[in-house]
Ligand binder design. Structure first.
Ligand code: UDP
Ligand code: MG
Length: 138
C-alpha cells in the first residue's frame, strides 16, 4: 500500500470557481499536498494521459474537455491515499456519487466530473511523474 495519490481539478471545476473549495475539502480530509500546479494540457498531452481509454467511445470528448481550459494537478499524501481519495471524490457519475463527495457537490455530468483520482498505487506514481518533475515533488 502506497501513501500517495494523484489528482486533477478538471477544467469545469476551475471555470466554475470551485478550485479553492475543492482544495480545502482535500486538505480537511487529511491529505498533505506534496506537489501542486496550475497548467493547461494540450490535446496531445490530454490524449497521452488518458491513453488507457483510447478505445472507449467517450475518448474524443474526454480529450477535448480535458484540454479546454486550465486545471490544477496535485500529488497528495495520506495513509491509504488511493482508496481514501476515491471515497472523497465519489462515483465517476455524479448522479451516483454519495452525498458530501466532491463530485456530488461540484460535478455536472459523467464527462465533466470536476476531479480526477488515481485508481491504483501504480497509476498514482505513473500519473504523478507524468505531470511533475522530481524537482517539483516534495
Ligand atoms: N468518462 C466519460 N464517460 C464515461 C466514463 C468516463 O466521459 O462514460 C470520463 C470522465 O471524465 C472520467 C474519465 O473519463 O472521469 C475517466 O474514466 P474512468 O472510468 O477512469 O473514471 P474515473 O476513474 O475518473 O472515476
Ligand atoms: Mg479512472
Amino acid at each position: 500500500m502506497s501513501n500517495r495519490t494523484f489528482t486533477m481539478i478538471k477544467p469545469d471545476a476551475v471555470r466554475n470557481g470551485h478550485s479553492g473549495a475543492i482544495l480545502d475539502m482535500i486538505i480537511k480530509a487529511g491529505f498533505k499536498i506534496k506537489a501542486l500546479k496550475m497548467l493547461k494540457l494540450s490535446a496531445e498531452k490530454a490524449g497521452e494521459f488518458y491513453a488507457v481509454h483510447a478505445a472507449r467511445p467517450f475518448y474524443g470528448e474526454l480529450v477535448e474537455f480535458m484540454s479546454s481550459g486550465p486545471i490544477y494537478a496535485a500529488i497528495l499524501e495520506k495513509d491509504n491515499a488511493v482508496a481514501d481519495f476515491r471515497k472523497l471524490i465519489g462515483a465517476t457519475d455524479p448522479a451516483k456519487a454519495d452525498e458530501g463527495t466532491i463530485r456530488k457537490l461540484y460535478a455536472a455530468s459523467v464527462g465533466e466530473n470536476a476531479v480526477h483520482g488515481s485508481d491504483s498505487d501504480e497509476n498514482a506514481a505513473i500519473e504523478g511523474s507524468f505531470m511533475f518533475s522530481v524537482l517539483e515533488q516534495f
